[in-house]
Design a protein around this ligand. Structure first.
Ligand SMILES: [Cu+2]
Length: 598
């Protein structure tokens, strides 16, 4: 380890007038969790009681998730090294796409633990999938207002301080709960200065400031029908990205949804859930705060992303040993990104970097869960999806003609299938394995992007409307062991890709970005392989003491034996925590090996 860093986090959370916890007598109520719950498919449930943490910190504690850091803000989650277009990120089932061309704004940067009830992780196709992806995804479940709570008013306030970056945060939430309806609001403010790396070196341009507010309204129409209206707004400003050549002047998200829920245990279709939603993301990069000698030419680079969508799905009980789950999802996403360059001499230059691209998706997922005896269960399912990608403006089509002359509108039919098997071997041990085939469409950036600079390899990327879908065969095998004191889980996995999407150098193109090494175009590589392993351990030697260890390693190469990008090497997170009445003390260490296969 080159860098060692000790960070002291002090946070206070007062929830003197706390929420009602659980009411098992009424089927109308749900369990409200003050902690953020992390639910991973095939993983154990972890609870993080500290709502002051950044969402990134919560994500970093999930086995299988690794974050790409470009600064102290908006880290990009990857799942087993699979990233960006290979994953789906949803908020309460809603599709949202970042507006940044440099991946500065993953969806996780627009939500706070204060907004959330739980985080779901899917490792590949599962019954929870809402779009076709090869690498699974994350779903952030929002906290909802609960009618008929124990107290009319309830809430909490908190404040925190971190020694590194002199970061402050303050948060609050309030719920007003009547018999038939409830309203809750929550908010958080964060501000941080530059942080210090391990050797007390100040990392310039790592500051940030943000506020986030959420509102939730719930109404019980009758004993079986519930209406939800949710609103979330996240405004970040003056955010530094020390790993990139530009910062962000603002990154704003507005997310609104109206949903309906139906639950009746005695019915064959015992659960139905539907939602319509709209979200808008507005992002602007900023190079004006950097020293002039590092900015050869000033540029304005704003971008927007707008998504409208819906979903509707339910659960059906065929018998007490067979359950069918189904869901229709549809959405339309519009991306626009532009760049204006101001050369020291001469006229300014304007261009579209994402030339008004639109994606429309409609798909159906169906899965069937079967129980054989009390020890074996089997899940089998699939998804079919129709995707249309197009350019919506004349200026956009003109931009595209500089590197592609065919018809930019492309349609695709995608599918995936999975089968997952679980068997209990005795009372304490469970064996599981599964196999899945998944397809994904190239992203709008991969299809239509125009000179999108990637700092990691120093190349400008050109989109390729002729890209084929990427496909993967994925297998996993694991074992769980659980007693009152021990909880162990080990798993191995592999992904065999066909038509893996990656950049290939275009030799006779000149760079747009000053200082760039060259231009790359997205192509389909014939094949690639990714494999790895995860191991988690929890040990509770005495009631209040918990020792945890999370370990993961992965390896990936393409058909030429070259490394795939962003694959995490060995990582180990070890923690010891102790409960002292109302106080929890936790010591944690994170160790990462060096990635030598690049
Ligand atoms: Cu950006």
């Amino acid at each position: 380890m080159d860098n060692q860093n000790i960070l002291i986090v002090i946070s206070f959370l007062f929830s003197g007038f706390s929420f009602a916890q659980e009411d098992s007598t009424s089927q109308k109520k749900e369990i409200l969790i003050q902690e953020v719950r992390i639910i991973g498919v095939k993983f154990n449930e972890i609870k993080t009681p500290d709502l002051q943490q950044q969402t990134d910190k919560v994500l970093s504690e999930i086995s299988g998730v690794t974050l790409i850091k470009r600064g102290n803000y908006a880290q990009e989650p990857t799942i087993r090294g699979l990233n960006s277009g290979q994953l789906s990120s949803t908020l309460d089932g809603m599709h949202i796409f970042g507006a940044c061309t440099d991946r500065m704004d993953p969806i996780s940067s627009y939500v706070e633990p204060n907004n959330l009830n739980s985080i779901q992780l899917n490792l590949g196709p599962t019954e929870e999938q809402s779009t076709n992806q090869v690498g699974g995804g994350l779903n952030f479940k929002l906290l909802k207002a609960i009618p008929n709570a124990e107290k009319l008013f309830s809430g909490r306030i908190g404040a925190g301080f971190e020694t590194n970056a002199l970061a402050i945060q303050s948060l609050g939430s309030l719920q007003y709960s009547r018999k038939k309806w409830a309203l809750s609001v929550n908010g958080i403010f964060r501000k941080a200065n530059n942080y210090y790396a391990g050797n007390r070196e100040q990392i310039l341009f790592s500051q940030y400031e943000k506020y986030n507010v959420g509102g939730s309204f719930t109404a019980l129409l009758d004993s079986f029908n519930i209406i939800h209206v949710d609103y979330l707004q996240d405004n970040g400003k003056d955010i530094g990205y020390p790993a990139l050549t530009m910062d962000v002047s603002f990154a704003n998200a507005k997310i609104i949804s109206i949903g309906h829920e139906y639950k009746k245990d005695s019915n064959r279709i015992y659960k139905m859930e539907s939602k319509v939603y709209l979200n808008f993301i507005d992002h602007a990069m900023d190079d004006t705060k950097r020293p002039p000698e590092t900015v050869p030419m000033h540029m304005d680079m704003p971008g927007t992303s707008r998504t409208v969508g819906f979903y509707s799905g339910g659960k059906l009980r065929v018998s007490h040993k067979q359950f069918i789950q189904f869901k229709i999802t549809g959405f339309q996403n519009d991306l626009h990104a532009e760049m204006t360059m101001y050369p020291p001499i001469g006229k300014e230059m304007f261009m579209l970097t994402i030339p008004d691209a639109r994606r429309s998706v409609i798909g159906l997922s169906v899965s069937d869960k079967l129980y054989f005896g009390s020890n074996i269960n089997l899940s089998i399912g699939g998804r079919f999806e129709f995707v249309k990608s197009e350019i919506t403006t004349l200026l956009g089509r003109q931009t595209l003609t500089s590197f592609y002359n065919g018809n930019p509108t492309k349609t695709n039919l995608l599918y995936n299938i999975f089968i997952q098997f679980e068997e209990k071997l005795g009372k304490k041990t469970m064996l599981y394995f599964g196999i899945a085939k998944a397809l994904r469409n190239p992203t709008l950036q991969e299809m239509y992007g125009f000179y999108l600079y990637n700092r990691v390899d120093g190349h400008d990327y050109l989109g390729n409307p002729m890209l084929k879908t990427e496909s993967s065969w994925n297998g996993n095998l694991g074992m769980k062991y659980k007693t009152s004191k021990w909880n162990l889980n080990g798993q191995i996995y592999s992904y065999f890709f066909k038509d893996y999407i990656a950049g290939r150098v275009l030799a006779d193109y000149s760079v747009m970005t000053i200082g760039g090494k060259g231009v790359k175009e997205y192509v389909n590589l014939p094949s690639a392989i990714l494999y790895g392993s995860e191991f988690t351990l929890e040990w509770k030697p005495i009631h209040k003491l918990l020792i945890q260890s999370m370990n993961s390693v992965s390896y990936a190469k393409d058909n030429d034996g070259d490394a795939l990008p962003f694959i995490p090497p060995f990582k180990s997170i070890n923690a010891i925590s102790y409960d002292l009445k109302e106080t929890n003390i936790k010591l944690e260490s994170i160790i990462g090996a060096q990635q030598k296969h690049v």
